[in-house]
Write a protein that binds this ligand. Structure first.
Ligand code: XMP
Length: 310
């Protein structure tokens, strides 16, 4: 495939679709929404408004880092603090689908919907890729970003029209486009990170305390495995607890799972055989976190497991 040509075609068709109106998009910092942001900015310039919504579920320092990366490319991104709204929507929820729905609803109907209405934009650019559509259609998972494929009319329901310039590409194709667009390596080769963010890595209720735990564990895993050129690695906080001993006292502590998988396109995944010393170091650091007294390594491929836990 000629990705240079793809870029030119998408820029042309975004210009044609939007005309002299304005468009808006939400950037998460992932390769998909980053590519859409650059395509949109090249097509529309300042008629594209890009927002980064801090949903309280991001990794350590992520919102500021993403905004800074785009500022360095000359693309302005507005950081929206919606942490309280997302945490309120998630309070008390433990069921995976209910959690995902609460995040979808808060994102589209409340926070982003409000931003779109206030901005006056009639077009929403979205980084939906082919795999999202296929998995949603197959009923494997309700991807949060596929309103149209789910039969929800975004125009009727949310008052705006969705444009999906990456809908014919898989992840590897999106990375090729990212290279053509000159995006920094950190974005081109960035690991996938799910839309529901750290909420996909907390089994059970998402609270500020539990988020702090999984965020700290995630930072440890990402730091220790930074040199591993594999598909994805993560930390997951379980709902169950286990007894342990700390400072000579018994404690009923939290359990963190470490997962590291290799995959081509996320449809199947194999567990990476990490060396024992690496696993032991990760375990030592994670069990030094307050209230965490077990660290497990997940040996399950996909299928039968999915990559994420929620
Ligand atoms: P699963 O857990 O279904 O994940 O094996 C497959 C790949 O997709 C990512 N993932 C998501 N990405 N929104 C996204 O944008 C989501 O809701 C979502 N859920 C999972 C996951 O990280 C993995 O790479």
């Amino acid at each position: 495939m000629d990705y240079q040509k793809f870029v030119e075609e998408q820029i042309q068709s975004l210009r044609a679709a939007v005309g002299n109106q304005t468009a808006i998009n939400a950037l998460s910092g992932g390769v998909d929404s980053s590519v859409v942001t650059v395509l949109g900015f090249r097509a529309l310039g300042n008629r594209l408004k890009t927002v980064f919504i801090d949903n309280a579920l991001m990794r350590e320092g992520e919102p500021e880092r993403v905004v800074k990366t785009f500022a360095e490319m000359g693309i302005p991104v507005e950081l929206i603090d919606a942490r309280a709204e997302f945490l309120a929507a998630l309070r008390g929820l433990t069921d995976p689908e209910e959690k995902r729905c609460a995040i979808t609803r808060t994102f589209y109907q409340d926070v982003f919907g409000r931003l779109v209405r206030n901005s006056g934009a009639k077009f929403l650019l979205h980084g939906t890729i082919l795999t999202d559509i296929e998995e949603t259609v197959a009923g494997i998972k309700r991807q949060h970003n596929i309103l149209a494929q789910l039969g929800i009319d975004p125009e009727k329901q949310y008052g705006y029209q969705v444009l999906e310039p990456l809908a014919t590409l898989r992840k590897d194709g999106v990375r090729e486009v990212a290279k053509v667009l000159g995006l920094p390596d950190a974005i081109v080769h960035r690991m996938p990170f799910p839309g529901p963010a750290l909420a996909a890595r907390i089994v059970g209720e998402v609270t500020p305390e539990r988020l702090a735990t999984v965020r700290a564990a995630t930072a440890i895993v990402e730091e220790e495995l930074a040199d591993w050129k594999v598909f994805q690695y993560m930390a997951v906080l379980l709902e169950e607890k286990a007894t342990g001993i700390r400072n000579g006292q018994r404690e009923f502590g939290q359990i963190v799972v470490v997962r590291c998988v290799d995959s081509v396109d996320a449809r199947q995944a194999d567990v990476v055989e990490l060396p024992w010393p690496t696993l032991k170091r990760i375990c030592q650091r994670i069990t030094a976190l307050p209230g965490v007294n077990r660290c497990l390594y997940d040996l399950t491929p996909k299928p039968p497991a999915t990559i994420e836990y929620v």
